[in-house]
Each structure stands twice: as C-alpha cells, then as structure tokens.
Design a protein around this ligand. Structure first.
Ligand SMILES: Nc1nc2c(ncn2[C@@H]2O[C@H](COP(=O)(O)OP(=O)(O)OP(=O)(O)O)[C@@H](O)[C@H]2O)c(=O)[nH]1
Ligand SMILES: [Mg+2]
Length: 302
C-alpha cells in the first residue's frame, strides 16, 4: 500500500566537488521497506530481479551518485594549487514493478461468509475482522499457528471468491496469487447456509472452477475440504449431511468437520496440517553429502 500512490523514490544527489580541498559528499541513501514475499521485477524487461524471502534482508537496488572530486585530486608537481573539480556523478535509475505474494504454508479458500476469518482467528494469533456480510476480508491476513514450543506454521486468510471472479465478479480473483506459494489449500465450506435456496455443493464446485481458471498449478495443489458451521446442524443430521455433500461434490480427499465458532474439530485439523507440512519438508530436504575426507571418522566435517 505504501507504494501504490507514491511511485517515485529518489535518493539524495551527490554533491559537486569543491575548492578548499573538499570533495563532494555522496548522495544520501534511502531505504524502501517491503514485506517479506515481495517480488521485484524490472518493469522494462519483465525480468525478476529479487525475491525478498528473509526478514531483514537488504538489497542494493540502484547505486547512488558518488560525490565529485575536489581540487586536491588534481594536485601534482606541476599543478600545486589546482582549481579544477568535477561534478557529482549521476546515480542509477530503475523502473521497477513490486508485487507481493505472501509467504504462508497454508491458504484458505472459499465463498464469502464461509468462515475463513473465523477459522484463522480460532487457530492462530491473527485477529481479522469477522462479520456476517460478504467480503468482510479485503486484504490477506497472515496468522501463526503454534503447534508446540518450536513448531508452528503460517496460515493465510484471503478474500472470498465467487462464481464469475475471473470476469471481475466480487473482488475478482487476483488475490489468489497469495495462495500460490502455499503447500496446502483448505477449501472452507459453509455446510449450513442461512438461505435454504443456496446449495453448498454448487457453490463449492464454482470455487473449484474459478481456481482452475485462475491457475492450473494452483488447482493442482493439495486441497482439503473443511466443512464449517457444523454447530448449526443438529447432531443427528450431521453424518448424513456430510456424506451427501462429499458424494455430490464427487470428492475423494481428506474431509474435516469443524465449527470455527465453537472450535470443535479445529485442533484435529491443525494437527493434520502440521503433519502434512512436516512430511513435505522432510521429503524436500536434499540428501546430506558427506565429504569423503570426513567419511567414517568422528570429525563432523567443516
Ligand atoms: N454458527 C457459526 N457461525 C460461523 C462459523 N464460522 C463463522 N461463522 C459466522 O459466519 C460469518 C462470516 O464469518 P467470516 O469469518 O467473516 O467469514 P469469511 O469467510 O472470512 O468471509 P469474507 O471475509 O467475507 O470472505 C460471521 O458472522 C461468523 O460469526 C461457525 O462455525 N458457526
Ligand atoms: Mg474474512
């Protein structure tokens, strides 16, 4: 948001060289702060220059102008009192495109009002706005879910998606980019819609169709079904309601039955997510190369 309206950022100019043995000062630096997850692209060539992935990372985007040489620089045996000096040097200029794709392990996907923000508030430290009208969430929210003293994962709540989003309905579908770096999507469904005319299965199918339209690789990401608001369904009707949904949705993956409001089923979901993420991380770890010089000795190596 900081860069949406203020688009030109200029560091101080280098000073010219001066007389009285003075060089010109280099220009003052400016530092532009960006959230982790920012992708910096050269706006002219489209080439990705940087991906900011580590908190506190600092990169040099454009080298500023050095100050000019002062008269001392020109001093020699035949020119003992030089009067020359040079102007400061121009700095680099760049035209950049900044794009934010948040970094999260898990992303929430679903219709407005499905209870995505309620879920992230129930399981993480995030405190997003929650309300009983659609499109309450306008920007992604990130929450850290603590599973144990050293174990946690990050979950991203994004705006609601509706049928026709690819054509601009609702808030459109551009915000789905925030789910592209996740390892797992949770498709949150309101199993007990207030309006009897609304079929949750048709809505869930529409979400999947929009996902596919946006990006095939996002569509192919592991996606779990999270049936929410089960507190609104009478206990003796739940099993049948869930079974009917899964059957008509033609879904075969993991199903979680929760109430984000009462937190029923949320702990089980959190544990399953953590196990899934851990398993993926372990599978991705490169095999440890043992330096042959240290193989077979007790020396742990360099
Ligand atoms: N009874 C019941 N109500 C819930 C549950 N989860 C969410 N709600 C209610 O549903 C409404 C919408 O919840 P939100 O969490 O704002 O929904 P959202 O999916 O984030 O909606 P958008 O941000 O508009 O996309 C709120 O009034 C919540 O209190 C639940 O498990 N049970
Ligand atoms: Mg929300």
């Amino acid at each position: 948001m900081d860069y949406r309206f203020s688009r030109r950022h200029e560091a101080g100019r280098g000073e010219h060289g001066m007389g009285s043995d003075m060089f010109g000062h280099a220009g003052h630096d400016i530092t532009l702060k960006m959230p982790v997850g920012t992708i910096v692209t050269d706006a002219e060539t489209g080439q990705v220059l940087y991906e900011l992935l580590v908190p506190g990372e600092k990169i040099l985007i454009a080298k500023g102008g050095d100050g000019g040489f002062g008269n001392m620089r020109f001093k020699s045996s035949i020119n003992r009192a030089p009067r020359q000096k040079t102007p400061g040097w121009p700095g680099e200029k760049k035209n950049l495109k900044l794009e934010l794709k948040v970094l999260a392990d898990v992303g929430l996907l679903g219709m407005p009002n499905a209870g995505k923000s309620t879920l992230i508030a129930a399981v993480s430290n995030a405190r997003p706005k929650i309300a009983d009208y659609p499109f309450t969430t306008l920007h992604p929210n990130l929450g850290v879910v603590r599973v144990g003293p050293e174990q946690s994962f990050v979950i991203a709540d994004v705006p609601g998606l509706i049928e026709g989003a690819a054509e601009g309905a609702g808030l459109g579908h551009q915000f789905l980019r925030h789910l592209q770096r996740t390892r797992l999507l949770l498709h949150v469904v309101d199993i007990a819609p207030f309006d009897d005319n609304v079929d949750p299965v048709a809505q869930a199918k529409a979400i999947v169709a929009e996902l596919k339209k946006y990006d095939q690789s996002l569509y192919e990401k592991p996606r779990w079904l999270v049936l929410n608001k089960l507190d609104m369904v009478a206990a003796d009707e739940r099993a049948a309601r869930v079974k009917d949904f899964v059957k008509r949705f033609k879904y075969k993956g993991p199903v979680f039955e929760i109430s984000a409001l009462t937190r029923e089923g949320c702990e089980h979901l959190v544990q399953a997510i953590y196990q899934h993420i851990r398993a993926q991380q372990v599978a991705e770890q490169p095999p440890v190369d043992v330096d042959p010089r240290f193989a077979g000795s007790d020396n742990p190596g360099p």
